[in-house]
Design a protein around this ligand. Structure first.
Ligand code: SF4
Length: 286
């Protein structure tokens, strides 16, 4: 069976070759490529490939384009999750049956954003629209999140956004402990690969992953060092939609983020203390 994404790549390559052969100018080449679109018959999404080789997806029912990668182009090697790259993690999630949430999902939502992002946002789980579009934080909460990012000079495309569970809990109920446990390795690997300077947890369940038993009312907006990065718990943007009193709290917490990102960057540059051989010997005794 032919792979439409490979055929599409070949068509783009043919346009590039016409430019290389001097038949069309660079402008004509780029305009032609930008007009070429591929409809994914399985989901109704539309794809395009930029002249510089980046894939973008427009989910069925949405207007915006988001940088994404077609999973039809991803080979799944027989390897553990902690050896997979970011696209292989996404493909594995799309086929995952580790917990019962796979039975009720429309589409899994691995997350999206650049693998080199210095800011990672972790929510709770996909909702109704996310489940349909295979994208995190769309709908009203997503719109508010984009406003919050705007307020600190970031765009959605600058950050990696995901959730602690990658499939929608039915009727938007809270994720259950066994679902969180089953899905945990995917998030662990995404954090390893992206290696963000700052992680923002949005809502209680993502906060519990780093600070179990804490109260979000007490610690929201306060960065805590976890390894060589900062983790900042915040209320979920949806909280502000349900209860307006949360809006100023979330907005204020977000405005502190540029400072935390700068602090985390300088933290990462701090020289590691040389280990005294005597101490090293002591440690090895325990
Ligand atoms: S929620 Fe996570 S563990 Fe459960 S089926 Fe989806 S991807 Fe797999």
């Amino acid at each position: 069976m032919t792979n439409p994404f490979i055929d599409f790549q070949a068509q783009i390559e043919a346009v590039k070759q016409r430019h290389t052969a001097g038949e069309i100018s660079q402008n004509e080449r780029d305009n032609l490529i930008r007009r070429m679109k591929l409809k994914d018959d399985a989901w109704g999404d539309v794809w395009m490939l930029s002249p510089t080789g980046e894939w973008f997806r427009q989910a069925k029912g949405s207007k915006g384009w988001v940088r994404d990668y077609p999973l039809d182009l991803v080979e799944l090697p027989d390897m553990p999750i902690d050896a997979l790259d970011i696209h292989q993690v996404a493909k594995t999630i799309h086929h995952c049956t580790r917990c019962p949430l796979h039975e009720t999902r429309t589409r899994a939502v691995p997350g999206e954003g650049p693998v080199e992002a210095d800011l990672m946002l972790i929510g709770e789980g996909p909702g109704y629209h996310e489940d349909k579009q295979a994208r995190p934080f769309v709908g009203n909460a997503g719109q508010f999140l984009e406003e919050l990012l705007d307020s600190i000079g970031y765009k959605r495309r600058d950050v990696f956004i995901t959730n602690v569970v990658k499939c929608r809990p039915p009727n938007n109920r809270d994720p259950q402990a066994e679902e969180l446990a089953a899905c945990s390795d995917y998030l662990t690997r995404q954090i390893e690969l992206i290696n963000p300077k700052v992680i923002v947890t949005l809502g209680r369940y993502s906060m519990y992953r780093f600070f179990p038993g804490e109260s979000i009312s007490k610690i929201h907006g306060q960065p805590q060092r976890v390894g060589d990065r900062l983790v900042v718990p915040m209320f979920h943007p949806a909280a502000a939609l349900h209860q307006p009193r949360f809006r100023p709290l979330i907005t204020e917490d977000f405005l502190k983020l540029p400072q935390f990102i700068a602090e985390a960057a300088s933290m990462a540059e701090e020289p590691v203390d040389p280990v005294d051989p005597a101490d090293a010997e002591q440690l090895s005794l325990f």
